[in-house]
Ligand binder design. Structure first.
Ligand code: FES
Length: 86
C-alpha cells in the first residue's frame, strides 16, 4: 500500500489541495490501482511556499504538486512505487 499525504493547511488549501486529492483518487481509479493507493489529508508540512505539498508517508521528500501537474506526479512518482510494491 502506497500512502500519499496531501497537505490541506491554509497555503496548500488555497492552491487547490482538494483538487489534487480528487485528481489523485481519479487517477488511481483510471489506472486500476485504487486498492493499492491510500490518500490522506495532512496539516502543514512546512513547505507552504511551494504549495500544494505532497509526500509519501515514511519518506522525507516533499513534492510540490498543483492540479495541473498532478497527473505527471502520479505517473512519474506514484505508479512506479505502486508497481514496486506489488
Ligand atoms: S500549508 Fe501546506 S505546507 Fe504549509
Amino acid at each position: 500500500m502506497v500512502t500519499i499525504q496531501v497537505c490541506v493547511g491554509s497555503a496548500c488549501h488555497l492552491k487547490g489541495s482538494y483538487n489534487v486529492i480528487d485528481e489523485l483518487s481519479e487517477l488511481a481509479a483510471d489506472y486500476g490501482v485504487e486498492d493499492s493507493v491510500r490518500i490522506r489529508a495532512v496539516f502543514c508540512l512546512g513547505h507552504c511556499t511551494t504549495a500544494v505539498s505532497v509526500k509519501f508517508a515514511e519518506e522525507e521528500e516533499v513534492f510540490s504538486v498543483s492540479p495541473k501537474t498532478v497527473k505527471e506526479f502520479f505517473e512519474e512518482k506514484v505508479l512506479p512505487k505502486v508497481k514496486q510494491e506489488v
